[in-house]
Design a binder for this molecule. Structure first.
Ligand SMILES: Nc1nc2c(ncn2[C@@H]2O[C@H](COP(=O)(O)OP(=O)(O)OP(=O)(O)O)[C@@H](O)[C@H]2O)c(=O)[nH]1
Ligand SMILES: [Mg+2]
Length: 367
């Protein structure tokens, strides 16, 4: 299962957000730095309104959503790459995740300690990035000195790797992350084997006070983070209020709606964050529906029919024959499979079809 790691300065609300996304109270969240040491791991359900609609059409007995994994990691401080705070241990945990959710504090509250004393999310992002960049620089330098020796044998592949490592080193030396580098798909594949921290796709989560949720677009901190994320990271920032979501976990669906309505919103931002993280990991959903169940299946962007079938049962990949496919919107507009067929919206697709997010599918196999 692919995993997204929650990263950031100490005491910014990472564990609170983890509890909110996993809808648990698994992680200890408290008002002191380095509250988390060992990572907390939890399965997150991907909210998907399409499932309820389809299960109604099919009168399904149950609904099974898509899931992926979140990891709540210890806080990082300046100097971590040189062993400050929890240092290398922390960096090792980041190395294992597939994507990073960097939480930044965008709420003012004198009672909650800030390790840097003031609220300044862009400064905080830069502190975290500097440590990740320095750690990558060390990995790149180590690898380079090893490969420079190996390149003496005249191996062209190794020489090309040294040249790439040179470029990575120069880029990292300007303080920039690897994701912002222009690399060919081949180079990207090589870089992947280096397990660099700043090569991982990253999403910023602005943790705002509950009263700011409804007007988050006007929040100065949020505006700055958004501008920074776009300019320096080529990525996005989402707004969440971790604290309130983690408290709503205990309420009934009706009470929850009522509380949120009082804040002028219909969501705490957590559902949106989960969907963005899923997308960032390159994950997409196709759906199956019938009387037994309506279910979301996770594939990678670009997967073709046989791979998609293989998610249901590994034997289906080899024995795939064809797929009956209809786009979710078309099926809902038609109201039933029979009507979708009459309208010509139900198609038969073969091995080369690239499955799209929201395709409703039924596979034919040799089995
Ligand atoms: N007011 C307010 N407090 C928050 C919010 N999010 C988190 N907190 C509080 O901030 C403190 C730290 O939260 P944690 O979730 O433990 O922070 P962390 O980033 O996991 O901290 P470490 O594990 O120590 O790095 C707790 O007292 C939370 O209740 C928020 O959105 N608003
Ligand atoms: Mg924590």
């Amino acid at each position: 299962m692919l995993t997204a790691g929650i990263v950031g300065l100490p005491n910014v609300g990472k564990s609170t957000l983890f509890n909110a996304v996993t809808q648990t109270r698994k992680a200890l969240a408290a008002n002191y730095r380095f509250c988390t040491i060992e990572p907390n791991t939890g399965v997150v359900t991907v909210p998907d309104e399409r499932l309820a609609v389809l299960s109604k059409i099919s009168r399904s007995a149950k609904v099974v959503p898509a899931v992926f994994e979140f990891v709540d990691i210890a806080g990082l401080v300046a100097g971590a790459s040189k062993g400050e705070g929890l240092g290398n241990q922390f960096l090792g945990h980041i190395r294992e995740v597939d994507a990073i959710i960097q939480v930044v504090r965008c709420f003012e509250n004198a009672n909650i300690e800030h390790v840097m004393d003031t609220v300044d999310p862009v400064r905080d992002i830069e502190i975290v990035n500097t440590e990740l960049v320095l750690a990558d620089l060390e990995s790149v330098e180590k690898r380079k000195s090893k490969q420079q020796k190996a390149a003496k044998s005249g191996d062209k592949k190794i020489a090309a790797e040294v040249e790439l490592l040179d470029r990575l080193e120069a880029h990292l030396n300007t303080g920039k992350t690897v994701v912002t580098m222009d690399l060919t798909p081949e180079e990207k594949a090589v870089v992947k084997t280096f397990f660099l921290l700043t090569a991982k796709p990253t999403l910023f989560a602005c943790n705002v006070a509950e009263d700011d949720l409804a007007h988050a677009d006007d929040n100065e901190f949020v505006k700055k983070v958004r501008a920074y994320a776009g300019e320096h990271h080529d990525t996005r920032a989402v707004v969440v209020s971790a604290e309130i979501e983690s408290e709503l976990v205990l309420l009934s669906e009706d009470d929850r709606k009522e509380y949120l309505a009082g804040l002028g919103v219909d969501d705490t931002g957590v559902s949106h964050l989960i969907r963005e993280a899923y997308y960032l990991l390159g994950l997409r959903t196709y759906l199956t529906t019938g009387e037994k169940e309506t279910r979301a299946w996770t594939i990678h962007a670009g997967d073709k029919c046989p791979q998609a079938a293989g998610v249901i049962h590994s034997d289906f990949e080899k024995s795939f024959i064809s797929a009956e496919t209809v786009a979710y919107d078309d099926l809902v507009a038609a109201g039933s499979f029979a009507r979708a067929r009459e309208l010509g919206k139900l198609r038969t697709e073969g091995k080369e079809y690239v499955v799209q997010d929201g395709d409703v599918m039924e596979f034919k196999t040799f089995l």
